[in-house]
Design a protein around this ligand. Structure first.
Ligand SMILES: [Zn+2]
Length: 302
């Protein structure tokens, strides 16, 4: 009889893939073993289930296989780590931030380095991509176990290849200027299911290497570069619940991008959209006397 009970539990263990089921059954098995004085060390070893991050959109050829699959905002990212490993050795000097830059989106942050400096993984994960990508040059993309991807671009050499499992702090390659880079730097991109998130929203880039929260809700603002300027850090407001994120997103929807047409002036745009001239200038990091270009994109923050 007791052999039969134990056998049923072992079969259940082998069938289950859910963590909580696993724990419940494991506890049940332990108590049965105790009751019948069975030595559990003789029972087959069952490994706790792991998240299979390679099950969806695992593509070692395309830089972004998701093609913006995730359209629903806000979305949640969970972290088990409270700190990350700095991708560069020494002090992190940010030379350009996530946001609008020279009329185009800059979807990562630039961290200063000297060609040949070591670059390491920010968290444990698996290398999804380690190859040349137009613009980014030699690029390594690591997918982490919470689904987040970190991208390390403009490398001079690789130390890993696709499908390699890496630990946090493990060498990925050496920094450089490959691709479209003005001087040697690390172009660091953080993405979740194809959405490029402002890295400073999730991580503190001062010396403490902090993940801002274990549970972060990302609104549209933090994945749209036109809400930010590459010249300065955005004002940070972290959302740790869905309710807060939804409320904030309603306000974000009042922001829009205006494309400058022939004959437009800053004061004209200001009065048309009922936004003060100083607010308009601040949102775009320009001065009141700036000359507008046709086709230039302006952020209207009402
Ligand atoms: Zn960059």
């Amino acid at each position: 009889m007791r052999k039969l009970v134990v056998l049923i539990f072992i079969l259940c263990l082998q069938q289950t893939s859910n963590c909580q089921d696993y724990l419940a059954i494991k506890q049940g098995l332990d108590s049965i073993a105790k009751r019948y004085a069975i030595n559990v060390t003789n029972a087959p070893k069952i490994k706790a289930p792991q998240v299979n991050i390679k099950s969806n959109y695992w593509d070692t050829i395309n830089f972004n296989p998701y093609r913006n699959q995730l359209k629903k905002f806000p979305f949640q990212i969970k972290f088990t780590d409270s700190i990350y490993t700095s991708p560069v050795m020494g002090k992190k000097v940010i030379t350009s931030r996530y946001g609008w830059r020279r009329g185009r989106p800059h979807k990562g942050i630039d961290i200063d380095l000297v060609t040949g400096d070591s670059l390491v993984a920010m968290f444990d994960g698996i290398v999804r991509f380690a190859r040349y990508s137009s613009g980014h040059g030699r690029t390594v993309v690591v997918r982490h176990f919470n689904g987040l991807e970190t991208v390390y671009a403009h490398l001079s050499s690789y130390a890993v290849k696709a499908n390699d499992t890496v630990k946090s702090g493990q060498l990925l390659g050496k920094g450089g200027t490959s691709g479209n880079a003005r001087g040697s730097h690390l172009h660091l991109v953080v993405s979740y299911k194809g959405n490029y998130i402002n890295p400073e929203y999730l991580f503190d880039f001062s010396e403490n290497n902090k993940v801002r929260d274990q549970n972060i809700w990302v609104t549209k603002k933090w994945v749209k570069s036109h809400f930010h300027t590459s010249k300065r850090q955005s004002e940070l407001e972290l959302f740790t619940t869905e309710e807060l994120a939804i409320a904030a997103q309603k306000k974000e929807n009042r922001k829009k991008v205006y494309i400058v047409k022939s004959g437009d002036t800053l004061s004209g745009i200001s009065s048309k959209y009922h936004v003060s001239l100083s607010r308009l200038c601040k949102a775009n990091a320009i001065s009141k006397t700036s000359t507008l270009r046709i086709g230039q994109k302006l952020i209207i923050n009402r």
